[in-house]
Design a protein around this ligand. Sequence first.
Ligand SMILES: Nc1ncnc2c1ncn2[C@@H]1O[C@H](COP(=O)(O)OP(=O)(O)OP(=O)(O)O)[C@@H](O)[C@H]1O
Length: 327
Amino acid sequence: MTTEHKIFSKDLIPNEKAAAFLQVEGLVKSYAPADTSVPPVFEAVNFDIQKGEFVCIIGHSGCGKSTILNILAGLDEATQGYVIMNGKEVVGPSLDRGVVFQSHALMPWMTALKNVEFGVRSRWPEKSPEEISEHAMKYLDMVGLGKAANKKPHELSGGMKQRVGIARAFAIQPQMLLLDEPFGALDALTRGTIQDELLQIVKATGQTVFMITHDVDEAILLADKVMLMSHGPRARIAEIVENTMPRERTRSTVHHDPQYYAIRNHLVDFLVNRAAPAPSTEPDSNKLNAELHQQPTVVRPGLKALSNTKISTETTPPLNLIQRSAP
Ligand SMILES: Nc1ncnc2c1ncn2[C@@H]1O[C@H](COP(=O)(O)OP(=O)(O)OP(=O)(O)O)[C@@H](O)[C@H]1O
């Protein structure tokens, strides 16, 4: 069952620019909207995601990242504002959005294969059992679990379970993948391996991804854009950091790029020094109304490092870097 409505009224889309694949407009979330003494978790949250983009969101614990992801998934409702995906307002869960949580949430009585098949059957009920099985196996193979297809979750390691969750989400071929700290519970080695796998799969499928992470290195490796959230309550998307490094990044090479440390320092500096907004006692409703639909500032700290390198070494960066990074 789909619970999405087609947007027919142009008035519902406040900005006139070409519509992005995903538009988040004026999002506010309050868990006690009737109680004015309780401030909203976040407010004035606006961002766009283009088709095929990989976006990470970083912010301190409790600022509202999971709440935003749940609203994008249609599992929670915004108090104000809306989310439009591919021209339709998101008003409930849909197989067009695949979600992977930190706790893999597999059905414990089913094998890895059956877990993946379950989603495939819901997506394409007209497929024969053989077709469903073949389709599910393809995605288990993709995450390197072909040989573990008949194992139940308790026979799998944490990393393997998370791979099943990723295979299950990809297998329904969602228009958008929503990942809530999918690797948070994994050891560093497994995490790195699955990050590389995810990069490969996303590259092969052109998947649009929104991912929560607390790990700046993970964000730099995976994301085209990193959204930085300020502290809650009244959290905002304070900045969007564009990753101007070429997309062909790998864990073993990414830190050789002259842009890497500039981007990393920028992210860490935000989290350590700038995530807390200036203290203010009374919220200014006029200011909030003015800012409700304001897009966050986009910054490209990597480009500065690139131009410094150019001056110091008198070498020209590869053309693809310059083209991709042009503001
Ligand atoms: N159902 C709920 N009822 C009331 N408050 C809630 C509810 N769910 C979340 N909150 C509050 O909303 C705020 C944001 O929670 P959320 O889980 O979205 O933050 P987060 O940024 O994802 O945190 P973390 O990084 O720790 O996962 C927190 O202060 C949390 O206590």
